[in-house]
Each structure stands twice: as structure tokens, then as C-alpha cells.
Design a protein around this ligand. Sequence first.
Ligand code: RNT
Ligand code: ZN
Length: 415
Amino acid sequence: MSYAEAKQKYAALGIDTDAAIAKLRTVPVALHCWQGDDVRGFDTDPSKPLTGGIQTTGNYPGRASTPEQLMADIDEVLKLIPGKAKMNLHASYAIFENGEWADRDRLEPKHFRKWVEYCKARGLGCDFNPTFFSHPKCDPLTLSSTDPETRKFWIDHGKACIRISQYLAEELGEPCVMNIWTGDGYKDVPADRLGPRVRYKESIDEILTEPRDKDKVYVTVESKVFGIGVESYTVGSAEWCLKYASGRDDVVCLMDCGHYHPTEVVSDKISSILTYDDHLALHITRPVRWDSDHVVLFDDETREICREIVRCGIDKVFIALDYFDASINRISAWVNGFRNTQKSLLYALLQNNEALKKLQDEGNFTRLMTEQERMKTMPFGDVWDEYCRVCGAPDDGSWFLESERYEKEELSKRK
Ligand code: RNT
Ligand code: ZN
């Protein structure tokens, strides 16, 4: 009943709520496997600290420490979220069988066979990330290292990851976004900023000589402003990545909300890139004062990002989540962030964009402000509830009970 009323109210503004719901159900949002285990992965000593300038804080009990636990946790998340998810894996989540182990430059598709089985059984596509951190060969530079052997190791890792991405795309029948991010940089004022950036370019050029179907594997480069321990200089800066992607037709820019100066916002950058490019990739996260990777909320900036995604072309943007909070129940962290992203996308699909754009173009800014404010108290919650219902997902009032049950029966038993 309340949905029928909400539907009418939106229809009076020319907005089709059923169409918005149907559209959102087709838009993939990549679910990052690394929220479940504090970015530890399975291929190196999990007791070693995370490197590459990123850090998780908190020691909430229940962290997944085996592939089986991580997969079980993701299953729990999938039960509690509406919409179309796809997996997002890091190379460090390789699953070795029969006592075998391979270093990052030797990773093969078979090390992701179990993930392929997992995704197939759940109808999920999968994105992929080479892991250029938390490894003894981070010197701390990787692709921009001065040491040719170190550079070669990481180039070979990148190439191996292209082969794995191709395998994931082929097996799962959905394109794979392969994102290159490194924490390469310096703690203190460098004497040579150009050298590492030139080497970075040469290394990524070399990685991209690896054959792939370019309509199946989309390579992205993710920029950053600084990391912990690399505060003064980041090789893959915003300008570097923008220029790199614009210099090639087979590389897409990836923007992470936490990778800019504190008053910069990603929402304003989306249209600049899509003025020139067919595609753009995002890591949706929430920076609190810095690149803190907090759980995504249904907040102003997330809504504005989603409004821009919808206005510029929702099918042009590869949407992925990227946060890791170890201070709260990790399943709830995952579910809240995914649901809030979905909520923001649905909210964005329910704007009367055409009418608002017309007001802007006519220069009627008084009315534009008034109409934009009016949209904020439309009965959005009823449409969201309906969306969850048609997706077969629990509503906002009930998913947490199931998450609590899982915590009690499963997570609390983990060492
Ligand atoms: C780090 C980047 C990067 C990572 C993941 C784990 O600052 O945001 O995307 O968070 O690859
Ligand atoms: Zn990121």
C-alpha cells in the first residue's frame, strides 16, 4: 500500500519507480573480499603487518582466516543485500591446493579455480586486483623500483594477473575490471620525482603487452594522494593516472573517494572524465578526515556521487566498494556499505534529472534549489523497501537480526 502511494507521488513528477527498480537490479556493484579479513589474504604470513601505506584498525572478533570462512561470510552478506553483486578479489587471495604455493609472479588461473566455482554457483562475475603490497619484495617501491629484478618481479605479477582476469571473465561470462594500484612513494621529500614516474609508466606499459580480450578485461589505474609511511610523494598521483589513462585507449581511470585532498570530492570529478572517456571506475569508500576507508553511509557525498553516475550514464561506470573496518562486525560493515551504495543509486535513479537540468539551462536557479530540496523528502523509504522486497532481500529493520544470529552461531566461535 505505501509503495503504491509512493509510486504515485513520484509519477506525478514524471518519475517511474518501477523502471528505477528494474534498472538498478541490472547494475553490478563489486563486493570487495578484503573487508572480511582485514586485507590479509592467504598467500603470505597473515601475522605480518599490512604494507603499502594502508592500514586496518580495530580487533573486533570473528575475522575470517581461511578461504572457507571468507566464503561462508560472503554467503552471509549475499543473503542480506539487494541488487546485483559481483566479486572483487585481490591476487593475495589465491587458494593453493595440495600443499602447493606460488609467489606472486608465478600465480596462475588455477589458483583461482575455487573462486570461479564459488562465483559460478552464485551467478556472480568477478573483478580482480594484482597485489603490489604486503610482500617482501616491496622495497618499498614495486613497479617503480630502481632495481630491475624487483621491477621484473612485479611486472610478471601484473602479467600473471591479466591472464587470471581473462580467465575470470571467460569462465564467468562477465567482464573483469583489473585494477592496478600500488603504494609506491616516499615518506620524505624526494630528490627525484620524475624517475620513479617514468619507471612506473614503463612497467605498466610492459604489463599491458600481455594479450587479453579488451572487451572482457578492462584495466584500470587507481591514483592516490599519500599513504601511511609514504606521506610526501606518491608515484601514481591523480595527474599521473589521468595522463596515463588518457594516453591509451585500453586503460580506464579509477578514482577512490579517499585519494584526494580533504575538501576535494569525487562527485565533481566524474563528469570531467566522462567528457572524454567512455568508461570510468570508482572505489566507493568514506574518507573521514583522511583516507580512512570507513564503511560507506547513505550520506550527502555518496548520494551526490550516485547522482552523477546516473546523470552521466550509469552503464559507463564500474562501481566497486573499497573499505575495511576491523572495529565492528565485518559482515555488518560489508552489508551496511553495500546497502548504502544501493540505496544511494536508487535515490539517484529517482531524481527528476531532466526537469532539474532544464531549470539549470534556463537559468532558473531559484526554482532549481527549491525543486532539489523538495526531492529530499519524497517517500524514498517506501521505494527502497519495495526494492528490497522484489530482490528477495531483508528490509532495513530485519537484516541485522540475521547478522546477529550469524555472529553468535559462527563468528563468535572463531579464534
Ligand atoms: C589503497 C587503495 C586500494 C586498496 C585495495 C585493497 O589505498 O584504495 O584500492 O584499498 O586494493
Ligand atoms: Zn581503492
